[in-house]
Design a protein around this ligand. Structure first.
Ligand code: BG6
Length: 474
């Protein structure tokens, strides 16, 4: 009983939120670099306001982030001390192809990740690599319009072929696109999309989504060709929708909202566009430009496992009703009166994780991997830098218990669990540093001040014993 003996315990980060070193080693600029903190951030993320270069009036937190570019050995050693079996990270596309459309990769960038993966190997940590975690080279946005352009398939394939070949033997677990459904809610992050006034945004988003879905299938194909040991996963920003009440209209509303997200995974896991999606696109007047071979690729190269992030469940909008909203992972949800919320308004629902695990398992019957979960909170360190983060321990313990119930009582197939932001990093939604998820405190504030010193929090030792006991001691 309990978790499998080779359960992949660990933590997750993304290049743009922790690496910094934006101008080091021949790296080029990406969308994620030029997203500032402050009131403009949200419109930029949604592609409604264009920001494709730095200006003097904004602060860009990804430029330095927590400078993992220079601290990775120290950070990986701390992960190893907690007993991590896996470390999920993303590669920055622009370290490897600074512009994105070059024919030859940048050796310095390749070497950086090679050393990082070797460091993981030295500590017996299995890297889980996200090929694109919200990043798209600026040059590809300016020149081609990001993922709206079919040429992106060629550039992405080149990136994949390069990293699969170079890191063969060092990396076996890959994710093609972080939270692929985010393209609908944060299209500049998800696909490098900026909209022109009057443009049919839904048409552009679904066309870009089609390109990413085919690119993901191509990546899966070549990953398996280059090394049959490779395991490729899709990645969903998950969290099942609840109906506001038993009014059938509201039940239908929750079904529709779930499908909006599952659409992506339906294609990646089953290999074809589901009928409901085809009908919805037809009704919305969305006409995809496709090629015959796209559908063969989708059918033949489905993913090996389903990965997802889970922070909260969601509540579907009520038809013509009065409903309070609450914040959530990039997009808002209707407030659930039965749940407490974090300081950022994200509702806390451990049982929702068990429900989501069961929904995904029932739908796909493929191994699942939770690759993000955690509590973003304000930490107040004492004079030595130590944080007593019992609130974080409580959140994580309740969620681990829920996933244990899903495994032991419901029989879902779960291969691993990674907490988000195992070391404090820049928030994707707000750009803040003070929204912390880590077991390791990093001395850096919202304005970029601080020594970058790393200090273990109380949750560090707690997670260490969770891993050592394979989830028995919570
Ligand atoms: C997910 C992303 O959306 O949620 C991460 O994959 C992100 O990149 C995480 O950091 C938490 O969101 P936030 O806005 O609190 O950083």
């Amino acid at each position: 009983m309990g978790f499998r003996s080779d359960f992949l315990w660990g933590g997750a980060t993304a290049a743009n939120q922790c690496e910094g070193g934006y101008d080091q080693g021949g790296r080029g600029l990406a969308n994620v670099d030029v997203i500032p903190t402050g009131p403009d951030r949200s419109a930029i993320i949604q592609g409604k306001e264009k920001m494709l270069a730095f200006d003097d009036t904004h602060f860009y937190p990804a430029k330095e982030a927590i400078d993992m570019y220079h601290h990775y050995k120290e950070d990986i050693a701390l992960f190893a001390e907690m007993g991590f079996k896996t470390y999920r990270l993303s590669i920055a596309w622009t370290r490897i192809f600074p512009l994105g459309d070059e024919l030859e990769p940048n050796e310095e960038g390749l070497l950086f990740y090679q050393r990082l993966f070797e460091e993981c190997q030295k500590h017996g940590i299995e890297p889980l690599v996200t090929i694109t975690h919200f990043d798209c080279p600026i040059h590809l946005i300016k020149e081609y319009g990001g993922w709206r352009n079919r040429k992106m398939l060629t550039f992405y394939e080149r990136l994949c072929r390069t990293v699969f070949t170079r890191y063969k033997g060092l990396v076996r677990y890959w994710l093609t696109f972080n939270e692929i459904n985010m393209i609908l809610h944060a299209p500049f992050l998800g696909a490098g999309l900026c909209f022109e006034p009057g443009e049919d945004e839904e048409q552009v988003k679904y066309q870009a989504a089609h390109h990413e879905l085919v690119a993901s299938a191509i990546a899966t194909k070549i990953a398996h060709e280059i090394d049959p040991e490779n395991q490729v996963g899709c990645m969903l920003a998950a969290g099942s929708y609840y109906a506001f009440n038993c009014n059938p209209e509201n039940v239908w509303s929750s079904r529709t909202k779930d499908r909006q997200n599952y659409f992506f995974i339906d294609v990646q896991a089953r290999g074809y566009y589901p009928t409901y999606a085809l009908k919805q696109m037809e009704q919305a007047g969305i006409e995809l430009v496709t090629e015959e071979k796209d559908f063969e690729l989708l059918a033949e190269h489905t993913v090996d496992f389903i990965s997802f992030s889970y922070y909260s469940s969601r509540v579907a909008p009520v038809k013509d009703g009065e409903q309070a909203e609450t914040a959530g992972n990039i997009f808002a949800s209707v407030k659930n009166p039965f749940l407490e919320a974090s300081e950022w308004g994200w509702q806390i629902d451990p049982l929702g994780l068990r429900i989501t695990l069961n929904d995904i398992w029932d739908r796909y019957q493929k191994p699942m991997f939770i690759v993000e979960n955690g509590l973003g909170a304000v930490d107040v360190p004492d004079e030595t830098g130590y944080v007593e983060d019992d609130y974080r321990i409580d959140y994580l313990a309740a969620h681990i218990q829920a996933m244990k119930d899903a495994v032991e009582l419901d029989g879902v197939d779960l291969i691993g669990y990674n907490t988000w932001g195992c070391i404090d990093l820049v928030s994707a939604g707000t750009g803040e540093m003070k929204k912390r998820y880590g077991f390791i405190y990093v001395d850096r504030d919202n304005e970029g001040n601080g020594t970058l010193k790393r200090t273990k929090k109380k949750s560090f030792d707690w997670y260490k014993q969770v891993i050592a006991s394979n989830g028995e001691n919570l």
